[in-house]
Design a protein around this ligand. Structure first.
Ligand code: HEM
Length: 341
């Protein structure tokens, strides 16, 4: 047991050490942001898995106690267990019904890789299960959240909804079954979907990168092993890149003749320019589901607006659009009416 004076000495020495390091580091030019204290500035480098493991142990020892003090952990764990059980069932069924000459699914291809004997490969069933969980979470939460924002914006901006419906009626009609190719004939609808993604900006920060060596970037010093987080929000709302960054304005993606125009700063899926700059760090990293997500958003959004008009329930005048912070930035829970057209 430490005495009070020992704790005080430790505290004072730590402060002096921090000040000394700060003084040393001030000689280099660091990017704007919090002072890079050795401990506080690098919280992300701590092994969070260990904490998670401890929480899991508490939960396993006494679910009742954990449920009392860690209700959110309990909820997350039961959701994760549900997803894992679902995926394990699917995985087992693929293994049972496997035909080597008829690979059709990701699981089948992965199982083939496991079968190949390669001492350096990391393909195994545990990794496969985790990859499936990752794909499941990354692939459902993101598109669902974007569609929640999409319908909310349609009730807030009925004139935009009406314009989309007019374009859909005029170009493809009311019984058309949508495919991704249709977006080329529907510039306004396409522009609205892009603006939904820009304005809702459901992932504020890209996945972490780490610097593999000391480096200077755009005049700033980035020490080796620093975790670098790219701020997607700063690009999607950059006043130098967008005419009206704080407004929902599909015009950002249209030229004066109403043709769809892609914008360099439209980067909801990845920070591409950063990938170029950081190629010396961790290499290329992008959203692997981008194309699937784009197709899903276009087909689901167009199909819904072709079939329904979305309005606020009677008597509701105000809508809260302040996002709820989480793995993706979701709109607060809301109600709407879907009126068949
Ligand atoms: C609206 C839908 C989506 C958005 C906005 C989105 C956005 C993102 C972003 C910003 C990243 C980080 C990229 C980076 O750090 O440079 C990412 C990574 C990722 N996304 Fe998506 N995503 C979407 C849909 C999907 C779908 C449908 C899938 C799969 C079926 C998917 C799978 C992944 C995976 C596996 C990664 C990690 C890639 C890596 O570790 O390098 N995403 N996504």
């Amino acid at each position: 047991m430490l005495t009070v004076s020992e704790v005080l000495v430790f505290f004072v020495v730590s402060l002096l050490l921090i000040e000394f390091l700060k003084f040393q580091w001030m000689r280099r030019r660091f990017p704007p942001g919090p002072t890079p204290y050795p401990f506080f500035g690098n919280l992300l480098q701590m092994n969070f898995k260990v904490h998670h493991e401890h929480l899991k142990k508490v939960y396993e020892l006494s679910p009742w106690l954990a449920g009392l003090f860690l209700p959110s952990f309990k909820k997350v764990k039961s959701s994760a267990d549900f997803v894992k059980a679902l995926i394990a069932k699917e995985f087992e069924s693929h293994k049972r019904k496997r035909k080597h000459d008829e690979n059709r699914y990701f699981i089948d291809y992965y199982l083939d890789e496991i079968d190949k004997v390669n001492a350096h490969a990391t393909y195994d069933e545990v990794n496969l299960m985790q990859t499936l969980v990752d794909l499941f979470i990354a692939g459902t939460e993101t598109t669902a959240t974007t569609l929640m924002w999409a319908l909310l914006y349609m009730v807030i901006y009925p004139e935009i909804q009406e314009k989309v419906q007019k374009e859909l009626d005029a170009v493809v009609g009311c019984s058309h079954v949508f495919c991704y190719e249709d977006r080329k004939k529907l510039p306004y609808t396409n522009a609205v979907i892009h603006e939904i993604q820009r304005y809702s900006n459901i992932i504020l920060i890209a996945l972490p990168r780490a610097s593999m060596k000391d480096t200077d970037l755009m005049g700033y010093h980035i020490p080796k092993n620093t975790i670098v987080l790219a701020n997607i929000d700063s690009v999607l709302a950059d006043p130098e890149k967008w005419e009206t960054p704080d407004q929902f304005n599909p015009g950002h993606f249209l030229d004066e003749d109403g043709n769809f125009v892609n914008r360099e700063a439209f980067l909801p899926f990845e920070i591409l320019w950063l990938n170029c700059l950081f190629c010396f760090l961790t290499g290329h990293r992008v959203c692997m589901g981008e194309l699937l997500a784009r197709m899903e958003l276009f087909v689901v959004f167009s199909t819904l607006l072709q079939a329904f008009t979305f309005t606020l329930p009677e008597g509701v005048k105000e809508v809260n659009t302040k996002f709820v912070f989480g793995s993706t930035m979701k709109p607060p829970p809301y109600q709407l009416c879907a009126i068949p057209r």
